[in-house]
Design a protein around this ligand. Sequence first.
Ligand code: NAP
Length: 248
Amino acid sequence: MKRPLHVVVLGGTSGMGRAVARALAQRGDRVFLLGIDEPELEKSAADLSVRGKAPVRWARCDLLEPSGFAPALERAHAELGGFDTVVVTAALFAGQDDLERDRKLAERLLTADFTNTVLFCEEAKERLLARGGGTLCVFSSVAGERGRKPVGIYGAAKAGLTRYLEALDHKHHAKGLRVVTVKPGFVKTAMTAHLPPPPFAGEPDDVASLVVGAIDLGLPVVYAPLAWGPIMAVIRGLPRFVMRRVGF
Ligand SMILES: NC(=O)c1ccc[n+]([C@@H]2O[C@H](COP(=O)([O-])OP(=O)(O)OC[C@H]3O[C@@H](n4cnc5c(N)ncnc54)[C@H](OP(=O)(O)O)[C@@H]3O)[C@@H](O)[C@H]2O)c1
């Protein structure tokens, strides 16, 4: 029988992070939650404790406060007796018009979704490598694949994150680090609740099954739902004049 994973999840109180944490706990993996909303962390941990085989604990970790990353991971290490897998789904989202209007909001989003996510991954990576490797699974986005009008700033943060994760994979694969980059298309969560769902909109539980499979296999990239893989292959190949004409 497979040894249970010891997993730290940053963002497990909502959307795809919650679905991934549930899928892992339900099959017997040990989970530790990181996030910002303490009552929600307590509620989510209680829910996972009932679904899983071991009590789930949590610690506060704010993507906008990088000084808290190391202590939060140390707490996770102590509570889990070491961890072999780190999942990062936490991020901010805002529409392009709002981000262009509000420079402070743009700064917060760029800091959380790029700079501080990278810094969190650096802390996590160090600890995984110190134990001989493990899995770092991070949610980027299809929005990072091309520059598009509605997601210019958010997409730029995710593009940078995707490139960083690719390089991390190249640099540390031989040392046993498996970097899994998840590129969701549109998935129905709190983040997208205010937007009309397009065709191929996904559900968090379906994404979670794909992500858990990718963690088990150590796949470097997973599009979720899967349909976004071929869709993005076409979009990546579109010449710029075509993108301009169709109003991307
Ligand atoms: N949904 C989509 O269509 C879609 C598409 C492409 C990529 N993605 C990416 O997929 C990932 C998961 O998205 P989702 O749709 O599941 O989003 P979600 O339901 O909004 O969940 C986002 C999570 O991030 C946490 N978070 C927000 N600010 C934080 C901070 N400063 N520090 C720590 N945690 C913070 C939230 O905690 P609180 O709830 O307590 O605020 C929540 O747990 C994100 O990286 C997102 O960019 C989503």
